[in-house]
Design a protein around this ligand. Structure first.
Ligand code: NAD
Ligand code: MG
Length: 391
């Protein structure tokens, strides 16, 4: 019986994780669930999975949840605040932690799980974008296992040699596939008046709003290039991006002998979640079976830099080193939120990101405190840029 803490349990990845766990009640026990402030969704999850702890970052939402659980005679204990998220990620009874909070807000609790030597199921790619070296060091020192949940990185892990020391020797390059999002074929000049709902209507995947906007700008792929660099120790020039609109080939690894290994499946996050939960074994995920004859064809094309200018920012930020990736991530979080709130044009997300990176990308931030300070500065800078561009 493995005990699991799920951070971000009310979100898209969190809910999919619980769906997979519901298929395997004998193998896993939910130890803690954590989220920001959706006490109503968390209440339903607590009644269904009876975790020992439920954590909400927001104190008022936590006391509403406490009350509702008490009225129903449930035994789950409610904790509040960011410190409690770290606590339930690191407790000795916990075997694995699903890190599925969105944004840099997920870094502290993911780091706590890494330091405590847990199996970390990492959906929160921002942890690696903001603090890749620190996070990988914390994993090594903690001695746990890191299983990426991002479908592309799970695919790469599944396509790499089993022995880690072969990764740099045998592999020529890795290729991240990208769907191209809802505007893959749109005229770049038509993108200025895109609304948040249009940007969030992803053709293949159903996801939270932040990552959906990132898919539409392809900033998601930019963050994933940085994520892959840290996860697999691969230099940026050996990480390629290819648009594949059907989202069936989830990514690939090219070897020196000309072989290409890829992982395929229907676009359903329950597959990489099940892989992370059961590794090195395989368990049912609830996803549909791939029917290639019905799909008929798989297409590939290079991303158009005019339509997706954000992609190159990943390579620029990796080249700058220091805190540049943290700056890029912070700028993008602010810009996407401003767009979702109706205060910034879709096409200005890239302007905010590029300008903030240009201003602050050369700042050095070797330790966590300095990185978090830089994250704050980048947020202020990006907010000022967004105000200047506001419609
Ligand atoms: P979502 O918006 O659906 O859910 C986010 C979750 O994080 C919610 O449970 C929310 O309560 C919680 N949260 C947000 N801020 C918090 C805070 N300050 N403290 C505590 N909890 C907080 O997001 P999602 O789509 O599930 O994505 C989660 C993460 O997984 C992101 O890093 C995303 O990039 C990554 N990811 C998602 C998908 C996908 O298919 N949704 C695929 C790959 C990677
Ligand atoms: Mg992905």
């Amino acid at each position: 019986m493995k005990r699991i803490t799920i951070l971000g349990s009310t979100g898209s990845i969190g809910r999919s994780t619980l769906e997979v766990l519901a298929l395997h009640a004998q193998g896993f026990e939910v130890y803690a669930l954590g989220a920001r402030r959706s006490d109503d969704v968390l209440l339903g999850q607590c009644l269904r999975f009876a975790p020992r702890y439920a954590v909400l970052e927001d104190a008022q939402a936590a006391s509403r949840l406490q009350q509702a659980l008490r009225e129903r005679g449930a035994t789950t204990e409610v904790l509040a605040g960011a410190g409690a998220l770290q606590q339930v990620a690191a407790e000795p009874q916990v075997d694995m932690v699903m890190a599925a909070i969105v944004g840099a807000a997920g870094l502290d609790s993911a780091l706590a799980a890494a330091r405590a030597g847990k199996r970390v199921l990492l959906a929160n790619k921002e942890s690696l974008v903001v603090a890749g070296e620190l996070f990988m060091r914390a994993m090594r020192e903690g001695g746990g296992e890191l299983l990426p949940i991002d479908s592309e990185h799970s695919a790469i892990l599944q396509s790499l040699p089993e022995r880690r020391e072969r990764w740099s020797e045998d592999v020529r390059e890795i290729t991240l596939t990208a769907s191209g999002g809802p505007f893959r074929a749109a005229d770049p000049h038509s993108l200025e008046h895109i609304t948040p709902d249009q940007a969030c209507a992803h053709p293949n995947w159903s996801m939270g709003r932040k990552i959906s906007v990132d898919s539409a700008t392809m900033m998601n792929k930019a963050l994933e290039v940085i994520e892959a660099h840290h996860l697999f120790g691969m230099p940026a020039q050996r990480i390629q991006v290819l648009i594949h609109p059907q989202s069936i080939v989830h990514s690939m690894v090219t070897y020196h002998d000309g072989s290409v290994m890829a992982q395929l499946g229907v676009p359903d996050m329950r597959t990489p979640i099940a892989y992370g939960l059961a590794w090195p074994r395989r368990i049912a995920s609830g996803s549909a079976w791939l029917d290639l004859a019905r799909i008929g064809r798989l297409d590939f094309e290079h991303p158009d830099p005019a339509r997706f200018p954000g992609l190159r920012l990943a390579y620029e930020a990796l080249d700058m080193a220091g805190g540049a990736c943290a700056v890029l991530n912070a700028a993008n979080e602010v810009a996407v939120q401003a767009f979702l709130d109706g205060g910034l044009r879709f096409t200005d997300i890239h302007r905010v990101n590029a300008r903030t990176l240009e201003r602050l990308g050369r700042c050095r931030a070797p330790e966590l405190d300095a990185l978090l300070d830089l994250d704050e500065r980048a947020r202020r800078e990006a907010a000022a840029q967004a105000r200047a561009l506001a419609r």
